[in-house]
Design a protein around this ligand. Structure first.
Ligand code: UDP
Length: 317
């Protein structure tokens, strides 16, 4: 039986990955310091013999006893609000945390996959974004702590690959949604859903002409699973190329939720907010034979019951 260490296991993506690897018959070691993660995301795994959990911050030395075959580094604050609140921890988990885990991967002879992001492209001057585009990032702006941590993470991972011959994989994740997103993490999708469900204003930043492309979580997990078992050490974009403006997206959520009290409510645009974002996924299609299967309408319908439930629970507290 193969063992996989998943950092950020109590987070949105980490918990879905834990589910997938448990379902595939792996032993899963989950690790999380719970600054943005939530144990309720993995409580259904806690009793399983093949699941172990460590409450630990990977920015400090990481010790895991026994064999490890794969390491998936998904620990990091990942929404603009979170990394503005926790800039130093964001920088540390992407840099020191990645270094510790690369050392662990070397010691165990494990293959390491890191969660990178479309943020490495910054406010992109090339559209859609291909993996060979180097990006347009402001290192000292509010997003710099996340963008530069992730750029450093890619650099050190590639250095371990070329210098030490470590087996490494790099996924560049574009906006992803699904059950277990925190409703108050400030990201646009949980914000709009919870506001629409509560009958409040949907906080559209700026004129809403900026675009994003939203991928359903099961598609992302499938792409990551395929990447791990591929032989591609170069970064690979995983995301859904169906692009939409934030204003049109707000209208779509209003329509889907159908609460007559909800309305559009314009707010100032945050600093350095990327104007466009859309993955070019031709590399993933070619080397992983992967393409997203859920369109936005289907993915949002699958996610809405979770948001209704989460809002109802939050109202009780
Ligand atoms: N956004 C918005 N209202 C919100 C939250 C976000 O209009 O309540 C916009 C934000 O300005 C950005 C887009 O939605 O253009 C996506 O923001 P998010 O924080 O989800 O992540 P990003 O893709 O910017 O990393």
């Amino acid at each position: 039986m193969k063992t996989v260490l998943i950092t950020g296991a109590a987070g949105f993506l980490g918990s879905h990955l834990s589910d997938r690897f448990i379902a595939e018959g792996f032993r899963v070691v989950g690790m999380d310091n719970l600054i943005t993660g939530d144990m309720t995301n993995i409580e259904h795994l806690m009793g399983l013999e093949r699941f172990t959990f460590y409450h630990h911050d990977v920015s400090t030395y990481v010790h895991v006893p026994g064999q490890l075959d794969y390491i998936l580094h998904f620990a990091s604050p990942a929404s603009p609000i979170d990394y503005l609140k926790m800039p130093i921890q964001t920088l540390k988990v992407g840099s020191l945390g990645t270094h510790n885990l690369l050392g662990l991967a070397r010691a165990k002879g494990a293959r390491m996959l890191i969660a990178s992001t479309s943020e490495v492209y910054g406010d992109p001057l090339i559209h859609p974004q291909r993996e060979d585009y180097w990006g347009n990032v402001n290192p000292v702006g509010p997003r710099g702590v996340y963008d530069e941590a992730k750029r450093f993470q890619e650099a050190i991972t590639m250095a371990y690959h070329t210098y030490h011959g470590l087996e490494t994989r790099i996924v560049r994740i574009f906006n992803t949604y699904g059950p277990r997103m925190r409703i108050n993490d400030g990201r646009v999708l949980p914000a709009f859903f919870s506001q629409a469900i509560r009958g409040e204003g949907l906080t559209v930043f700026g004129d809403g002409s900026q675009t994003r492309s939203f991928c359903y979580v099961d598609d992302l997990v499938e792409g990551i699973y395929r990447l791990l078992f591929s032989d591609t050490a170069q970064p690979v974009n995983i995301g859904n190329p169906d692009e939409i403006s934030i204003l049109d997206f707000a209208r779509e959520v209003l329509e889907l939720v159908g609460n007559p009290k909800a309305f559009l409510d314009q707010h100032p645009l945050p600093v350095d907010d990327p104007k466009v974002r859309q993955p070019d996924i031709s590399l993933a299609q070619k080397v992983l034979n992967w393409t997203p299967r859920y369109n936005r309408a289907d993915g949002l319908k699958k996610t809405m019951p979770y948001f209704r439930d989460a809002v109802a629970k939050a109202n009780k507290h």
